[in-house]
Design a binder for this molecule. Structure first.
Ligand code: FAD
Length: 403
């Protein structure tokens, strides 16, 4: 896929930040586990926060493909910074831009352009892959909704201001309406509390936390009504998540690209048996396979980022996004692992970046839809069958000839 000169210039600008500040800060952020507010300032200065926000709201109206170019460059040096760029352009912010009212878009845009990385709150302790099994509820009381429940593994918990919370909606008679999106701003909303921060294996400067909603009141202006209403609200909201999926896959590719660069450099300079280790065919073929996997991943992600889902969707095609995320996340784990191998013992040392990259990259087959669940999505599409995963669902379809 050919990039325009404008896109190449954007990539170059992102590479300069990555090779400078982020290369220096990557290891420090990992060790301190502190959210990098200095990087946020640099991202703001480069206008990498809120790039996809339409111009009328102060953004640049950039495409998901533009965003992907920037994310990959960031992730070569610092995964946490790359994830900030994902969430400041995709996920919750793109959902608000697609489905929100004018006032909601303006509010969300102002927050992101001021440096906020919004949080998207779907997963619960008992509802992970089965996200539709969520129990967080939004009860209608007069013209408001009152939220109660718990979410966990929420990226940015405790640092994000804007939260997009998925909840089951009930009317005043207690009748279930479907799933809705509810906006809350930390610092303004009472009843939104972080109860725990996870101790993660990697991506250490980005807090992952548990959030508790205790009678969190949502005023009508903060209800994000999905286009087909609450009844099909989950489908609409999760469709918007396809942009985030492409973003997550791109972070994995960026880590892999960075790891491969390190491995190539090392293979050329490290000597054993009196020769650079890159002269050994055993390593040459490893490097070639790493590059091949990387190129394939990148092409799939660029195609997904440039695509649109069916029926006028403003989000990437779900099939392309799922395949790209599966392929890129699995390939990246292998590429980074092989790059670490090229470094020998030093790859295993905290004095070199490979072990951090190996810890960071491991996440991407899990968060944003696991590689298994995404395969089910792809299989469902190619078979033309609904593939409900509950026992009841299967039993129901077994009794119907048309599935
Ligand atoms: P489970 O659903 O318990 O799955 C366990 C295993 O079983 C997995 O391997 C899974 O693939 C497999 N499995 C489950 N069902 C099936 C099936 N039907 N067929 C085949 N295999 C199956 N969530 C948010 O809402 N917001 C966030 O910001 C966010 N950030 C995250 C950041 C990180 C670093 C991580 C690790 C997770 C994050 N998540 C977030 C949560 C993430 O979306 C979930 O972890 C993911 O959906 C899987 O849920 P689970 O962990 O409960 O695993």
């Amino acid at each position: 896929m050919e990039l325009s000169s404008e896109q190449l210039a954007l990539k170059e600008r992102a590479a300069a930040l990555s090779n400078g500040l982020l290369r220096k800060r990557g290891a420090e952020i990992d060790q301190s586990r502190e959210y990098p507010w200095d990087v946020v300032e640099a991202l703001k200065a480069e206008r990498f926060m809120g790039m996809t926000i339409p111009k009328e709201y102060g953004g640049q109206g950039r495409s998901f493909l533009d965003t992907v170019l920037v994310i990959e460059e960031m992730a070569r040096s610092c995964t946490v910074s790359a994830r900030i760029v994902v969430e400041a352009n995709m996920g919750a912010i793109s959902t608000v831009m697609a489905y929100g009212t004018d006032a909601q878009r303006r509010r969300a845009a102002d927050l992101v352009l001021a440096g906020d990385k919004p949080a998207i709150c779907i997963t619960e302790p008992d509802a992970g892959s089965d996200a539709s099994g969520m129990t967080t509820r939004a009860d209608k009381r007069g013209n408001r909704y009152v939220l109660n429940g718990k979410k966990h593994w929420i990226t940015g918990a405790g640092v994000s201001r804007l939260h997009l919370i998925f909840a089951r909606v009930f009317d005043e008679g207690g009748e279930e309406q479907g799933v809705g999106g509810f906006l809350a701003v930390r610092g303004e909303a009472e009843g939104l509390r972080m109860s725990k921060r996870e101790t993660t294996m990697g991506l250490c400067g980005m807090p992952e936390g548990e959030l508790v909603f205790e009678d969190l009141e949502i005023t009508p202006d903060m209800v994000l009504l999905p286009p087909s209403g609450f009844k099909r609200g989950f489908g609409d909201l999760i469709n918007a998540y396809n942009s985030q999926r492409v973003g997550a896959g791109t972070v994995a590719v960026g880590i892999a690209a960075g790891a491969l660069e390190h491995a190539v450099e090392w293979a050329k300079t490290r000597e054993q048996f009196g020769r650079p280790i890159g002269e050994f065919q055993g390593l040459q073929w490893m490097l070639a396979d790493m590059q091949t996997q990387l190129t394939a991943s990148r092409l799939m992600l660029h195609a997904a980022a440039s695509s649109r889902g069916p029926s006028g969707s403003s989000f990437p095609d779900p099939m392309l996004a799922a395949q790209a995320k599966i392929f890129a996340s699995e390939a990246a784990i292998k590429i980074v692992n092989d790059a670490l191998q090229v470094f020998g013992a030093r790859g295993y040392s905290r004095d070199f970046p490979l072990e951090r990259m190996a810890r960071d990259v491991r996440m991407f087959t899990i968060g944003g839809g696991t590689a298994q669940v995404l395969r089910t999505l792809v299989a469902s599409k190619i078979l033309g069958w609904k593939l409900p995963q509950t026992r009841d669902g299967y039993a129901m379809f077994e009794n119907q000839s048309d599935r």
